[in-house]
Design a protein around this ligand. Structure first.
Ligand code: HEC
Length: 153
C-alpha cells in the first residue's frame, strides 16, 4: 500500500471512530432518567436518615441534570407538537422543586424538604403518565433506524 493511501485509510478509520464515539459521550434521555432515579432514591434515603448533605448532593444532581441531546429534543417536539410546552413544564416543575429541596436541605428544614420531595415525585410520575411510553417509543424507533443505517453489512 502506498504511504498516501494508507494515510487516507487511517484517517477514515480515525474519523469514523470519532463519529461512533461521540453519541456515547452525550447521555441520551434514558441515561439522564437513570441518573434522576439514582438521585431520587438517594434523596429519599437522605430524608429517611436525616442526612441533609446527601439530600443536597442529590438535589443538586437533579437540578443540574445534563440536557437532552438536540436530535432527541427534535424527535420529541415532532411527536408531541403543541403538547411540547406541557412536556417542558413537567421538567421545569421537577427542576424548580429540586432547587427548593436543595435550599431546604441547606437550612436543615426537614418538613419543607419532605413536602417538596413529594411534589417533585408527583412531577416525575405525572410526566411519565402523560408522555413516557409515547416518547420512549419514538426514541427507540429512531435509535433502531440509526443502528441499521450505520451497520456496514
Ligand atoms: C418531562 C417529562 C419527564 C419528567 C419530568 C421525568 N421523566 Fe423520567 N422519563 C421520561 C421519559 C419520556 C422516559 C422514557 C425515556 C426512554 O425510554 O427513552 C422516562 C424514563 C424514566 C425512567 C426509566 C429509564 C429506563 O431505564 O428505562 C426512570 C427510572 C425515570 N424516567 C425516572 C425519573 C425520575 C426519578 C424523575 C423525577 C426526578 C423523572 N423521571 C422525571 C420523562 C420524564
Amino acid at each position: 500500500m502506498k504511504p498516501q493511501r494508507s494515510f487516507a485509510v487511517l484517517a477514515c478509520v480515525f474519523l469514523s471512530s470519532l463519529a461512533l464515539a461521540n453519541p456515547a459521550q452525550e447521555p441520551d434521555l434514558k441515561t439522564i432518567m437513570q441518573g434522576l432515579r439514582n438521585d431520587t432514591v438517594a434523596m429519599l434515603d437522605g430524608l429517611l436518615t436525616d442526612d441533609f448533605d446527601a439530600v443536597a448532593v442529590a438535589a443538586n444532581g437533579i437540578a443540574n441534570h445534563p440536557s437532552i441531546p438536540g436530535d432527541q429534543v427534535q424527535l420529541v417536539a415532532f411527536e408531541l407538537g403543541p403538547e411540547m410546552p406541557a412536556f417542558k413544564q413537567f421538567d421545569q416543575q421537577v427542576h424548580d422543586l429540586s432547587l427548593s429541596i436543595l435550599a431546604a436541605a441547606k437550612e436543615q428544614d426537614r418538613a419543607r424538604a419532605i413536602a417538596d420531595y413529594q411534589h417533585m415525585l408527583n412531577g416525575c410520575l405525572a410526566c411519565h403518565a402523560a408522555y413516557k411510553e409515547r416518547v420512549a417509543n419514538v426514541l427507540s424507533a429512531a435509535s433502531d433506524t440509526e443502528k441499521e443505517s450505520s451497520d456496514p453489512l
